[in-house]
Design a protein around this ligand. Sequence first.
Ligand code: SF4
Ligand code: SF4
Ligand code: SF4
Length: 276
Amino acid sequence: MYRTVRLIRIIISLIAMTVPTWALLAGYESVFVRMQILTALFAGVAVCLVFWTIVTIIYGRIYCSTVCPLGTLMDCISASSRTIRRAKPAYSYTPPSPRTKLIFLVAAIIAFLSGSAFLPTVLDPYSAYARMVEELIARPLGRAWSAVAFSISALSVAIITAIGVIAASWKHGRIICNTVCPIGTILGLGSKRSVFHIEIDPDRCINCGECEKVCKSQCIRLPQKTVDTSRCVVCFDCTSVCPNQAINYKSGRYRLDMPMMQEIGNRSTAQTSAEK
Ligand code: SF4
Ligand code: SF4
Ligand code: SF4
């Protein structure tokens, strides 16, 4: 079942990346632009942030695994990297970076509130993606329809963004999503205790490590059998590779079927009965 869900998720994310890209090249405005959180906030529409915050509190960071074109681009780059390098054990757990996240979030908020557009648009994932498409694809092809005239600073920001995104996601998957992106930091607060989340069943887990190897958010801590849901982007990659259905997307928490004390208690009861 998880393989089908994952496939549907990938198809939706590719559509959500391809349509706005085509729209940028063809000069149309796509509906996906209105679903982008920071872009909507810039336009003074806060309802988009409220909607996605509620969705995240219930279902986790689905926005990051389906709607954000920059996230999908990073997935394409990291998937290509794994294919080219033929490195199967691509990822392993890394500790979270709360300080880095906070610095970028606070800087973006201060810049936004003080009326400066530069930093928020550099950090806004959709603006960053659109700038790369416009400056690095549309303009060289003569398809740039944007009213914004050519500027060396926009081109420089687009080149630096592209280099940063490729370099980071080539080896570290979604590291930008869990350090630099202010939207990722905000949604991570909601997904930390989301109703539905990825969780490991300690009774079923056989410690094979397959889930950790494919987790591009590097948020599966196998020795503790925990998943940092604030960083998980609900991509279903881990659930699709588990050989024992031990990692699942569910509500509620797993409890050990046979906790240690319960087992000891049962043993002593059996011993007492045998002695009698
Ligand atoms: S964390 Fe930011 S860049 Fe990453 S997928 Fe989410 S919104 Fe996009
Ligand atoms: S893939 Fe499944 S069985 Fe293997 S370590 Fe992960 S949760 Fe455990
Ligand atoms: S924990 Fe699983 S669903 Fe979450 S990001 Fe990692 S691989 Fe994807």
